[in-house]
Design a protein around this ligand. Structure first.
Ligand code: HEM
Length: 526
């Protein structure tokens, strides 16, 4: 009896193991069957009325991982296999890619009844920006909001912004402990992120808000930023710690802006050229003045939209200059020649005299556009011109101007960073198919004339009704930052090589992989 008592737990354990392994076998078989059915369906039951589907083993996950690791590489590899139009599965969604200028046009200039940006972006953006703006309102209201934002960005405003930005840059490098002494090595993207938020908040939101960035606002914006993790496309609603912090930050930042508006109103108009003042004095077509909470939410949206794109771009510019110290020297000489050896305080008018400074930005955006994938939800079945395919309304559309911007058909030696390619007659100049902005067809979607970008392979600022309204601001901001840094420093790679770091695609906006160190050396007179 003693032995049977001792054996009983052993037998139970054996039985449990047996059950567990049986469950394991059943589970593995089920998974195997699902994968097999998925494969069989892809091979034998192709839908001739839809574009080809990128082959994948696991349903729902599809190509999520390969796309997510390096989207441009994934898109180019599958374009080579399937052609300019193909579908892949991204987190359970059938996503139809259309690359090349025609694809850019088809998606970015799609009709309102056919495509929607808000259906894709609102779960991510509304908790971060707040209610009633951008993608949390009808498209016609967004068009009016973009008009208000665009009108505020006048030449007069830019004229007042250049000295503000120049001053922020000078002060930053004077005060920052990582730039003490004559030379050193620094992880540059962190510095550019700070410079971007200081310059954007000061110019767009006014001095009062800028003064609060160092204390409270930087941390709050960091918490808001966490709401933009791609995982939030699925988990935006979940009561997770980062979502709770996002919601708290949204309420707190909006309140800071609304309190500032109240006190500005009490003090009376000071004529400042910032965005807050312009939005506070804007009125919708139906006569409704823009309510304070919408002004606050638009200000958050503008700062967030500009922050990631401009800070990623300026980081890439600095890394490219470290890779090409001779181009940094050319920039310095360009300023000396155009503005005089004493390099007087920079003005808005000076920027037009510095074409290489402008081309540095253009070429960096060609290779490192921070928005690699632009998505739209299909609202009604869309026939693909020149084919028998119809894209059903269950699909998402994905445009990737970055693919055409690095296509040898349009840009000779496409992977070479060469700012001089934008000069006429340069051997690397874009092919004649690439039209200049002035030659593009223009259309007014409700926020002023914009180029439709139809058939353009180079669209870092998008096209159509959702086109960027921050392009001129970004150019003024980036050119001023570059010009001021060139006056102060010489950059190179710490190991003296011509290497450059890879791209980090983990967040919504791509950026340099960190650490991305550069060696800086202060110029003799700086
Ligand atoms: C839209 C790129 C800077 C505000 C866009 C789009 C792109 C883009 C590609 C189109 C997105 C889509 O179609 O879904 C960039 C780049 C920038 C930059 C590369 C800098 C280098 C800025 C700045 C601001 C800004 C500084 C604000 C001052 C906006 C706004 C939209 C937009 C409001 C409109 C969104 C819509 O209509 O759906 N940007 N942007 N951007 N951007 Fe920018």
């Amino acid at each position: 009896q003693d032995i049977s008592v001792q054996l009983e737990p052993l037998a139970q354990r054996f039985f449990q193991l047996g059950t567990a392994s049986q469950v394991g076998v059943v589970f593995a078989s089920a998974v195997g069957l699902i994968i097999l059915l998925n494969v069989v369906q892809q091979i034998f039951f192709k839908n001739p009325n839809e574009p080809p589907v990128v082959f994948h083993l696991v349903p729902w996950f599809g190509s999520t991982v390969t796309y997510g690791i390096d989207p441009p590489k994934f898109l180019k590899a599958n374009r080579a296999k399937y052609g300019d139009v193909f579908t892949f599965v991204l987190l359970g969604k059938k996503t139809t890619v259309m690359v090349g200028p025609q694809g850019n046009d088809f998606i970015l200039n799609g009709k309102l009844k056919d495509v929607s940006a808000e259906d894709i972006y609102t779960p991510l953006t509304t908790p971060v920006f707040g209610k009633d703006v951008v993608y949390d309102c009808p498209n016609s209201k967004l068009m009016e909001q973009k008009k208000f934002m665009k009108i505020a960005l006048t030449t007069e405003a830019f004229r007042s912004y250049v000295p503000i930005i120049a001053d922020e840059v000078t002060t930053y490098f004077k005060k920052n402990p990582d730039f003490k002494g004559r030379s050193g090595i620094v992880d540059i993207p962190k510095k550019m992120a700070q410079l971007t938020i200081f310059t954007a908040s000061h110019t767009l939101q006014g001095k009062e808000i800028r003064d609060q960035i160092d204390e409270t606002l930087a941390d709050l914006y960091h918490d808001l930023d966490m709401g933009f993790s791609p995982i939030n496309f699925v988990l935006h609603w979940a009561p997770l710690p980062w979502n709770n912090r996002r919601d708290h930050a949204q309420r707190t930042v909006a309140k800071i802006y609304m309190d500032t508006m109240k006190s500005r109103r009490q003090r009376g108009d000071d004529g400042a050229q910032d965005m807050m003042r312009h939005l506070m004095n804007s009125t919708y077509k139906d006569g409704t003045p823009v309510p304070d909470h919408e002004v606050a939410h638009m200000l958050i949206a503008l700062l967030m939209a500009g922050q990631h794109s401009s800070s990623s771009t300026s980081s890439w510019i600095m890394l490219r200059l470290a890779q090409h110290p001779e181009i940094m020297e050319e920039l310095y000489q360009e300023q000396v020649k155009a503005l005089g050896a004493d390099l007087p305080p920079l003005t808005y008018e000076d920027l037009a005299k510095l074409p290489l400074h402008a081309n540095i930005i253009k070429e960096t955006l060609r290779l490192h556009a921070p928005i690699h994938s632009v998505m739209r939800k299909v609202k009604s079945p869309m026939p693909v011109p020149g084919s028998n395919w119809v894209i059903p309304d269950t699909h998402t559309l994905l445009a990737a101007p970055v693919v055409s911007a690095t296509d040898p058909a349009y840009f000779p030696n496409p992977d070479t960073w060469d700012p001089h390619r934008w000069e006429a007659g340069n051997p690397n100049a874009p092919t004649s198919i690439v039209r200049s902005e002035e030659d593009e067809e223009k259309f007014d979607y409700g926020y002023g004339l914009v180029s439709k970008g139809a058939a353009s392979p180079y669209l870092p600022f998008g096209a159509g009704r959702h086109r960027c309204i921050g392009e001129q601001f970004a150019n003024v901001q980036l050119q001023t930052i570059v010009a001021m840094i060139v006056r102060m420093f010489k950059f190179s790679n710490p190991d003296g090589s011509r290497n450059i770091v890879g791209t980090d695609y983990q967040s919504l906006f791509s950026r340099p992989l960190e650490p991305a160190n550069i060696r800086w050396e202060r110029r003799e007179n700086a």
